[in-house]
Design a protein around this ligand. Structure first.
Ligand SMILES: [Zn+2]
Length: 202
């Protein structure tokens, strides 16, 4: 099931304003107008340039998954190591090894921009949150939870950077995120039904 409309309703299960979503070429674009404009104007870039320019990991920027003193980020992770990993996966793992984590918005923006689209069904942009590096890929997203650090006197530290927060194993259930697609996000495509293939794939 590669190539599914990206983030059409990722946001609908939350207490956030749902923006009208226009579907063009199967992806939602209303939230990412700037990036789309950028894509139209930008000369052709290498995958690495696109990754660093687009998924520019703004780890402490606002994410709609953040509530109260809790934050949720995602780390690109490897379950099966292969010598012939795709360029996208190699670059993403390199970033992971440098400690890079992403907001769901960053991942959606990359999906909408068609990063790694050559591995999408019929070469089209696809949902990187659900399908990572594409069919047969051995990578997945690890959810990382954070909680704001406290000062010695018990007050909350100022939220200057992600480092003002500490990674925690769990957060209270009411703050746990469940964005659309999260059921697939932590499974490598190679372990998904049909190895993550689009249903129309013959
Ligand atoms: Zn992969």
């Amino acid at each position: 099931m590669l190539f599914r409309s990206v983030s059409q309703s990722r946001y609908s299960g939350h207490n956030f304003v749902c923006f009208p979503v226009t579907i063009v070429g199967g992806v939602s674009q209303s939230r990412y107008t700037e990036e789309w404009a950028y894509r139209l104007l930008a000369p052709k870039k290498t995958l690495m340039q696109k990754l660093s320019g687009v998924i520019k990991s703004n780890p402490n920027g606002f994410s709609y998954l953040d509530k109260s003193i809790y934050k949720v980020r995602y780390r690109y992770s490897e379950r099966y190591s292969k010598d012939n990993s795709r360029d996208f996966c190699v670059q993403m793992m390199r970033r992971t090894n440098n400690g890079v984590v992403y907001r769901i918005e960053d991942i959606d923006a990359a999906s909408n921009l068609g990063i790694n689209e050559e591995h999408g069904h019929k070469g089209k942009p696809y949902d990187l949150f659900r399908f990572k590096g594409g069919v047969n890929c051995g990578h997945f997203w690890t959810e990382q939870l954070y909680q704001r650090k406290k000062n010695p006197d018990g007050t909350l530290k100022e939220d200057k950077a992600l480092s003002s927060n500490e990674q925690v194993a769990t957060i209270p259930k009411t703050y746990q995120p469940n964005p659309r697609g999260s059921g697939d996000a932590n499974t490598p495509p190679i372990d998904m039904p049909n190895n993550g293939h689009h249903p129309n794939n013959k």
